[in-house]
Design a protein around this ligand. Structure first.
Ligand code: IVH
Length: 709
């Protein structure tokens, strides 16, 4: 890509102007790319824009903009990784957008090979992640490189080693001396959701989609950060091989499986195009339930000898094609904007839509996030949808993003009613009338884009949402108490808080109007409900904690707390001490790996509220939370507090943490006087120094493995 002027000759004004242009332009291309449209520019040109942005920022560090692409995950430290040259280039695929294109692909191949039939093809999902090339020498992983421009990528070896299903050593016998395995790094939808929960808890901005996040995570300079992000890898191709163990695509991939790689279970071989296309439509149907994002199906000629004859056109193989899924978009009418109030008081606007089928699913709602979003302003204060606001009555284009939560992409201004008015976001809670406010984020110091009802305990919407959360699948999971039942039982005062659920049977026996006589209930369903409730009196500690519905305390955080405090007594005592302002108890809490200031503050304020404590104590009269899975007591690390720092090479950070916890140790994220042991890998910095200053025992990874084996 050609640029107007050499950066070296820039003056400040020129730099300011160009940084602004670049920020907007890169943002626009991000938008095009992620909206599922065809990007206007090639990956290489896009990279060139980002590099130029970074180069100007390096020359004028004072001019770095708030919305600079370099500040977003994925764009950090672009030039700081070592380069890695691919011995065989990493290529891209040409695309097919419909069945015709696929038939044409087959015909072209047959013509090229001068055969009358289309050769046998493999079909497998096109994973929406980023490609990675792994080089093994004598069976050992020696380097990992991103695709980059195809010829040269970034050396991300340390980070790749933190990915749990990338083998560090190949399994089996007779492994070729040089093996280069290529495949896709991705993040599961579940891991993505959990990560975003954690980001919210830590008061940090959330990520847009799993693909970006996987890319950003793999390109972290600090591999400890990568290790915290649960990335995965599917192997599907290869680069340099000193020997070829198979003569077919399928055979090669099966060999990869034998060597210890994960391969995609939906990969299959087809000898005719009809069946191949059937597989495509089947994968498309199953897409939403796969648990990871895919954006098409890749077809490849199975016979490697034919692949070699077919060769390449430009930078794509002639023997492969990506059959993309149709972008799932549709126009409909925005009928109403409803404000929902969550259990933590957040006012969330939801778009009620004229029902419309998008990609085989009827869509009636779309998320609207917050008032700014409706007004056409993004999280970063920059315009979204070109600044177009959304109004009731608008014709809107919706898309099923990531296949699950529909989003509104744009509104058709030509069809907008001339009398329509911008949506006025309420300033009071629609359920209890309390004032709604925007809070200041304690970490960023900026005003939150979410409005919150200040009604707290008096707000019926918050109370019912808390109860729904309490009985929900991830907390107490009480069969027979769904949203409707909770709403009805709350509305007439039968259940006002969580403890009431456990006294229901006892109170019902004394009531004149029995539960079994209510509409929608009967003797059997009530009996079952009471049994389901009694069943949960021995609730797991992590579910107990999660069920409290404390802001920022998601499933993962609840588990960390349960494991760390080990028992309900330990947890209760610590929380009460934190509430009373004990500095030590607070430090211990914040020291738990994965717990940040936001969670700590939320716990402190929850346990400082008398009403919460009353319900908490009443609940504990009804339930007996059971400690996390028994941990071993007679190990060299039992009861000790361990900190891991630097890169680990033989195990992932999660594995190390789980191992330590199984052996009865507590794992903390920071070094303090309470730390008993520090395990430091290469690249360890300030934590290692602090531990040495405090005279804390320090081991390397091998030392740790020796100690615990
Ligand atoms: S094969 C020479 N198979 O799609 C062909 N690519 O547009 C090499 N991708 O850069 C690629 N899933 O990152 C292949 N099952 C799959 C894939 C796949 C995702 C990505 C890959 C590649 C891009 C090409």
């Amino acid at each position: 890509m050609e640029f107007a002027k050499d950066i070296e000759s820039f003056n400040t004004d020129e730099a300011i102007a160009e940084l602004k242009l670049l920020a907007l332009e890169i943002l626009r291309h991000d938008g095009l790319y992620h909206a599922g449209d065809n990007p206007e520019i090639s990956d290489a040109d896009y990279d060139a824009l980002r590099r130029r942005n970074l180069a100007i920022e390096q020359k004028f560090p004072d001019l770095i903009r708030e919305n600079s692409p370099s500040k977003r995950v994925g764009f950090a430290a672009l030039d700081k990784f070592e380069k890695i040259a691919h011995s065989i280039p990493m290529l891209s695929l040409s695309n097919a957008f419909n069945d015709e294109d696929v038939f044409e692909f087959g015909k072209k191949i047959a013509r090229f090979l001068k055969t009358s039939s289309v050769p046998v093809l493999t079909a497998e999902p096109k994973i929406d992640g980023l490609s990675l090339s792994l080089r093994y020498e004598n069976g050992k992983l020696v380097s990992a490189g991103t695709r980059g421009d195809g010829a040269t990528g970034e050396n991300v070896t340390h980070n790749a080693k933190t990915i749990s299903n990338i083998p560090l050593v190949l399994a089996g016998k007779n492994i070729p001396q040089i093996v280069e395995i290529r495949g896709e790094v991705y993040m599961t939808n579940e891991a993505f959701t959990k990560l975003n929960e954690r980001m919210v808890a830590e008061g940090k901005p959330t990520y847009v989609n799993p693909r970006n996040t996987a890319a950003g995570s793999l390109r972290q300079l600090d591999s400890a950060v990568t290790a915290k992000r649960p990335l995965k890898f599917f192997a599907y191709a290869w680069g340099e091989m000193s020997e070829m163990p198979s003569t077919t695509q399928m055979g090669m991939v099966e060999k990869m499986r034998d060597w210890g790689f994960s391969i995609n279970p939906l990969m299959q071989v087809f000898d005719n195009t009809q069946d191949l296309l059937k597989h495509y439509y089947k994968i498309d149907e199953e897409r939403a339930g796969l648990g990871y994002d895919i954006d098409g199906v890749v077809y490849k000629v199975n016979d490697l000898a034919l692949q070699a004859r077919l060769g390449f056109i430009a930078r794509s193989p002639r023997w492969a094609i990506a059959h993309k899924f149709a972008a799932e978009k549709a126009w409909t009418v925005l009928k109403e904007i409803e404000i929902q109030v969550g259990r933590t008081g957040a006012l969330t606007p939801v778009a009620r839509l004229e029902p419309i089928t998008v990609g085989g699913v009827v869509v009636t709602n779309a998320t609207l996030h917050n008032g700014d979003y409706i007004a056409g302003i993004g999280n970063d204060g920059e315009p979204i949808r070109d600044g177009v606001d959304l109004r009731v009555g608008d014709h809107v284009m919706i898309q099923r993003a990531g296949d699950v939560i529909p989003q509104i992409l744009s509104a058709d201004l030509d069809k907008r009613d001339a009398m329509s008015k911008p949506f006025e976001f309420p300033t009071v809670c629609p359920h209890c009338g309390s004032k709604a406010v925007r809070e200041i984020n304690p970490i960023s110091g900026k005003q939150d884009s979410i409005m919150r009802c200040t009604g707290g305990l008096i707000c019926p919407a918050q109370a019912t949402e808390r109860l729904k959360h309490f009985v929900g699948r991830k907390a107490y999971d009480i069969d027979g108490l769904g949203d409707k039942q909770v709403e009805a039982l709350y509305a007439d005062g039968t259940i006002t808080n969580a403890a009431d659920i456990f006294t229901l049977r006892e109170r019902d026996a004394k009531n004149l109007k029995r539960l079994k006589d209510r509409d929608g209930w009967g003797a059997t369903s009530v009996k079952k409900l009471f049994e389901a409730i009694d069943d949960k009196r021995n609730i797991e500690l992590r579910r107990f904690i999660f069920g409290l519905g404390i802001r920022h305390v998601g499933e993962g955080t609840a588990k960390d707390l349960a494991v760390s405090y080990g028992s309900i007594e330990g947890f209760t005592q610590a929380m009460k001490q934190v509430a009373q302002g004990s500095v030590e108890a607070r430090e211990e809490l914040i020291g738990i790996d994965g717990i940040g200031v936001a969670v700590t503050d939320a716990l402190q304020s929850f346990f400082s509220e008398k009403h919460n404590l009353d319900v908490y104590d009443a609940l504990l009269e009804q339930v007996k939370p059971i400690a996390p899975e028994a941990v071993m007591a007679d190990t060299p690390v039992a009861g000790k507090t361990v900190v891991f720092t630097g890169a680990l090479e033989k195990m992932t950070r999660d594995e190390a943490k789980a191992m330590a916890e199984r052996l009865g140790a507590k794992v903390s994220g920071s070094v303090s006087k309470k730390t008993d042991l520090l395990v430091a890998g290469p690249g360890a910095g300030s934590k290692l120094k602090k531990a040495q200053d405090l005279g804390i025992e320090t081991l390397d990874e091998d030392g740790w493995l020796e100690l615990v084996r």
